[in-house]
Design a protein. Structure first.
Length: 550
């Protein structure tokens, strides 16, 4: 039996073994971090092993098929004249074709950007502008939108549709027409510097909704991502069946998509939208054992009154992160699935993975720093290091997982990474005397009332304890004299009634006078979300000023 609070080196020993074989074959030491060559090695090691299952259609694909198609795609890229760090843009559902161009790009040192397939034309134009793709893969129904979005931009990428239709070059036609130049046996991945070659451009909006792409290298990912499996003891194939419920622009999907061929892992995904009903169907039918997800998705899956439709007990381990995780959610999951380990993780795209390793000994803590990260807390105003325990500071991180910067955005990069290579996370944390770290809030979300700092998360943690509250988000209404007046947006549990006064009384009983809900309470049916499934604070701030709080 796996002990989830035990850190294992098994994943690192496995990565050492497979990367040593890659280096022995090429004679290039840096190839131990070359995701393309690691992927080729992994796919060749187990040709009959199933790589991916589309739970919506029942389609499966084994390693041999993925190897053949990804090599064909790489041949096509070479034939069309694409080069090192040209950008491949992926926009589609999680069908079995989606990651084939990704692996092909890794072979050649091209960069991959996964984007939200629901973006409108104007949003697509902004995304195309800062990612500057050479080739766009999408569904046929988005091809004309892509053409429209490209108008006026000084780029002319090839558009390839995963399916047939609309007169565009289809993926199958791309492979047939351009992909037969070199056989699998004779194919050789490109040689390049894995330390500086960009592998992924990960969409990151943070809490402000402003689009940027975190540029992470092959080496960033090769060194950082394995820590996602630091509690597993069996490699290859650490878990029977992880499920991917996230779209390709989310890290929670990317780390499984990138590493499943390397660590010999079958993954469950779906070409259908990830609604609650469809997620329940996938879980009931396939009994997945591992998942990484956001607090919002986890709340949806474990919603009282609905969760009885699904057997969620097949999960051995669930990782949850990306935004604040309320203790009440952790408690609810443990009550429904007492044998499932729920690990609250702290990481971000800019770190290529985790900064902290949760060990379960302090349930409200994020854990301690992982072994390949240097961290420190810094006073955001004086920039002096915070050395004493139980005092708030901004978390700064340094290490091999720290990204190269925001793609084609020098200004944002300079704000995020200082001259000494420290990445400023923008998160306020504190640590206890045993070096366990605790999340306080995002710096940009902190409210200020009469010179008193207020953490929305602290208010949310109190309000969500009310038995009638399903979800809550707190923001501020600007006041000329007093600063920010906290207002709470509440989603009540189905079948429960709660009044604004009850919520205000709960806060009054729990927190000091300066932290009261002077902006009022607003009831909603659902919280607005960003494309990365985080609560859209900008929309809430606008709602707070346009609606009449109680």
């Amino acid at each position: 039996m796996t002990h989830w609070n035990h850190r294992s080196d098994a994943v690192h020993w496995y990565m050492q073994e497979i990367s040593s074989r890659v280096v022995a074959e090429s004679g290039i030491p840096g190839d131990r971090y070359h995701l393309g060559k690691l992927t080729l090695r992994g796919l060749k090691d187990a040709p009959d092993y199933i790589l991916q299952v589309d739970g919506a259609t029942g389609e499966t694909e084994n390693f041999a098929s993925a190897l053949k198609r990804s090599v064909q795609c790489a041949n096509a890229f070479r034939k069309l004249g694409y080069h090192h760090e040209d950008v491949v843009l992926l926009m589609g559902p999680n069908h079995i074709h989606l990651t084939i161009p990704m692996y092909a790009a890794f072979y050649l040192g091209m960069s991959v950007a996964g984007i939200d397939m629901t973006l409108g034309v104007n949003e697509l134009r902004d995304t195309f502008k800062f990612n500057a793709p050479k080739v766009i893969f999408c569904q046929s129904e988005r091809a004309n939108d892509s053409v429209e979005a490209l108008q006026g931009l000084n780029i002319k990428p090839q558009i390839v549709t995963f399916d047939q239709g609309n007169g565009f070059l289809s993926f199958s036609e791309l492979l047939e027409k351009y992909g037969s130049e070199t056989s699998v046996e004779n194919f050789r991945a490109a040689d390049f510097d894995s330390s500086n070659t960009l592998a992924l451009l990960i969409a990151t909006s943070g809490t402000t909704g402003l689009p940027k792409s975190a540029a992470v290298t092959h080496k960033n990912l090769a060194l950082a991502v394995p820590y996602m499996w630091h509690t597993f003891e069996n490699f290859p194939t650490p878990s029977r069946l992880p499920v991917v419920l996230s779209p390709i622009q989310w890290y929670s999907a990317l780390f499984i998509f990138v590493f499943s061929p390397i660590i010999r892992q079958t993954r469950l995904q779906s070409s259908q939208p990830s609604t609650q009903e469809h997620a329940y169907y996938l879980i009931n039918k396939y009994k997945p054992t591992f998942m990484m997800t956001s607090p919002n998705t986890l709340t949806t899956l474990f919603k009282a009154g609905d969760r009885e439709k699904c057997d969620l007990t097949s999960f051995e381990l669930i990782l949850v992160g990306g935004s604040a995780v309320h203790p009440s959610l952790v408690k609810e999951v443990k009550e429904v699935c007492p044998n499932t380990e729920l690990m609250v993780i702290y990481g971000m795209s800019e770190l290529s993975g985790l900064a902290m390793a949760f060990d379960g000994s302090r349930t409200e803590s994020l854990g301690r720093p992982i072994s390949n990260c240097y961290v420190k807390l810094v006073d955001p105003y004086t920039l002096e290091e915070v050395t004493e325990p139980n005092k708030n500071g901004e978390l700064w991180v340094k290490g091999p997982g720290v990204f190269k910067g925001y793609y084609r955005n020098k200004e944002a990069t300079a704000e995020a990474i200082n001259e000494d290579g420290w990445y400023r996370t923008g998160d306020i944390l504190y640590r206890d005397s045993c070096d366990y770290y605790y999340f306080v809030d995002r710096m940009k979300l902190l409210l200020k009332y009469r010179n008193h700092q207020i953490s929305p998360l602290e208010l949310e943690s109190v309000i969500v304890k009310h038995p009638a509250v399903l979800e809550v988000a707190v923001t501020g209404i600007p006041h000329k004299e007093h600063g920010d007046l906290p207002v709470a947006f509440i989603i009540p549990r189905e079948g429960h009634k709660v009044t604004a006064q009850e919520i205000k009384d709960l806060v009054k009983e729990s927190l000091t006078d300066t932290k009261q809900l002077r902006g009022g309470v607003i009831f909603l049916k659902e919280l607005p979300l960003t494309s990365t499934s985080k609560t859209d604070r900008k929309k809430l701030a606008k709602l707070a000023q346009s609606m009449q709080p109680e």
